[in-house]
Design a protein around this ligand. Structure first.
Ligand code: G1P
Ligand code: ZN
Length: 542
């Protein structure tokens, strides 16, 4: 019943910022997914008889890979697999299920915010027993294994019915098909003041969530419409589709523009939110006020005690290096720890496990806490609704009073997508070569105080991660950061992050790109972006 199948290694199975991401046709090559899954199992020890969680965001090819993973888990000796009904588990829900049921780990199938479909993106990620993405030590071992793998094990059995909740036997292993929503919705109910949010909504506060035809639809319907009493239809694009209905399921001002425009219109809703393909990102828009993800982290931290799950305060805050320093001012005021990590959620896990931080965030529309070990889109949305309900103020009032108290960190990210890989690398190499000579000089009239390539020394396991982004700091706390994306599947994406701190409240109403114009020009001057990328403008500005 168990076969050992011979295979040949693929050279390109290096996990990126968040697992292995490739186009679907790449994953459809013979044994491609099998090789990677076997390499995961070969890099782990002690899972005999243990439980594995499997789920994905429902994108194209999800079901096929889940069937393969189930049969391979059985053949490799797992005792049980818990899999979401229909193969569905949002990334934060998968993290929660791993933790709640003390699973050995989990396989999460997603390419997050990247489009889905027969020629679009797919991904496989391994999460460890704390519910979080595997640390680099494990992803490096997986990559090393993929380079030499010569066989994989699989049970020769028929496909499992993924659409019926219940337990089944698969070659001696138990498969439990679980409802993907209930555990997660129950967890949210323990963290937030549902009665207060319910009365806010019944009092006429209009909330809309755009699930972008991706995984959060069923979660948002259960929580917002069923448990919090919002009218039917408050969750839009609520049915997860394999191709996300041709949406680009990335909740930002470009891809969730319809929602943004609706909330900004005179008779539109009071509050809008959107999530990405796998449900870990979020966008929050109040009437007349878009909340930047960096600000969202700072404001959630500053108002954390409004939510019952955080009523005793937070232990510390962590943010990825390119994320604005708005949260740092909150940590300073609260007298709690502040940690700056490389890009990618996997770097927060150790800090949360050690109890050093409670909330974490990234500028890329990711916020979360130690309730799971992934960022969590709906969690952030509920946190905002809880704060609005508790403070009895609009999002706009909350944001503006925060700026008045702490100052405003103007912030923007400019992405140059689809850049020729050699040219992108050449830009970075040229910039790196200049770093030592920059401090003390002026770029576009701005004095450089420091310039380096960010390296992270993990305070818990003492691992070192180098080359995590080039940063140039200017007098007054402004900075520009350059990084190449680690999640793309074609060409290179250059990310330029721009930040200016403005303490003066009379200068908090400037349009963001205008407030950052001299820094954007400085970035062009020092990095020659137009020349290297061949582009006159970024493809996406957030
Ligand atoms: C991007 C984001 C990063 C996030 C990751 C996974 O990675 O920038 O913050 O953790 O997606 O959602 P990048 O493409 O920049 O490597
Ligand atoms: Zn995501």
């Amino acid at each position: 019943m168990i076969s050992t199948v011979s295979t040949k290694p693929y050279a390109d199975q290096k996990p990126g910022t968040s697992g292995l991401r490739k186009k679907v046709p790449v994953f459809q090559q013979e044994n491609y997914a099998e090789n990677f899954i076997q390499a995961i199992f070969d890099s782990l020890e002690g899972f005999e008889g243990q439980t594995l969680v499997i789920g994905g965001d429902g994108r194209y090819y999800n079901r096929e890979v889940i069937q393969k993973a189930l049969k391979m888990a059985a053949a490799n000796g797992f005792g049980k697999v818990m899999v979401g009904k229909g193969g569905i588990l949002s990334t934060p829900a998968a993290s929660h299920v791993i933790r709640k049921y003390h699973a050995f780990g989990g396989i999460v199938l997603s390419a997050s915010h990247n489009p889905g479909g027969p020629t679009e993106d797919f991904g496989i990620k391994y999460n460890i027993g704390n519910g979080g993405p595997a640390p680099e030590k494990i992803t490096d071992a997986i990559f090393a294994r993929t380079k030499v793998i010569d066989s994989y094990k699989i049970a020769d059995v028929a496909d499992i019915d993924l659409d019926t909740v219940g337990s089944f036997d698969l070659a001696g292993m138990t498969v439990e098909v679980i409802d993907p929503v209930t555990d997660y919705a129950d967890l949210m109910e323990t963290l937030f003041d549902f009665p207060a949010i319910r009365s806010l909504i019944s009092g006429g506060f209009r909330v809309v969530i755009d699930s972008m035809s991706a995984v959060t639809g069923p979660y948002a319907v259960e929580i917002l419409e069923k448990r919090l009493g919002a009218p039917a239809g408050s969750v839009r694009n609520e049915v997860p589709l394999p191709d996300f209905g041709h949406h680009h399921p990335d909740p930002n001002l470009v891809h969730a523009k319809e929602l943004y425009d609706d909330v900004m219109s005179a008779d539109g809703p009071d509050f809008g939110a959107a999530s990405d393909g796998d449900g870990d990102r979020n966008m929050v828009v109040g009437k007349g006020m878009f909340v930047t993800p960096s600000d969202s982290l700072a404001m959630i931290a500053a108002n954390a005690t409004c939510a019952p799950g955080y009523k005793n305060g937070i232990a510390g805050i962590a943010r990825s290096m390119p994320t604005s320093a708005a949260a740092d001012r909150v940590a300073e005021k609260l007298g709690i720890g502040m940690f700056e990590t490389p890009t990618g959620w996997k770097f927060f896990g150790n800090l949360m496990d050690a109890g050093k931080v409670t909330v974490c965030g990234e500028e890329s529309f990711g916020t979360g806490s130690d309730h799971v070990r992934e960022k969590d889109g709906l969690w952030a949305v509920l946190f905002w609704l809880n704060i609005v309900a508790a403070r009895k103020q609009s999002v706009k009032q909350i944001v503006e009073s925060h700026w008045a108290e702490y100052g405003r960190n103007y912030y923007s990210r400019h992405d140059y997508e689809g850049v020729d890989t050699d040219n992108a690398n050449a830009l970075v190499t040229a910039l790196r070569a200049k770093l030592d000579s920059l401090p003390g000089t002026k770029i576009n009239g701005l004095t450089v105080t420091a310039a380096d390539d960010f390296a992270y020394h993990d305070p818990i396991d003492h691992s070192v991660s180098k080359n995590q982004g080039i940063r140039i700091l200017f007098e007054g706390g402004s900075r520009i950061v350059f990084r190449l994306s680690g999640t793309g599947t074609s060409g290179a994406t250059l990310r330029l992050y721009v930040e200016r701190y403005e303490p003066d409240a009379s200068r908090h109403g400037i349009e963001t790109q205008e407030a950052l114009a001299d820094l954007i020009a400085a970035a062009e001057e020092v990095a020659e972006i137009k020349r290297y990328t061949g582009m006159n403008e970024p493809t996406v500005i957030t």
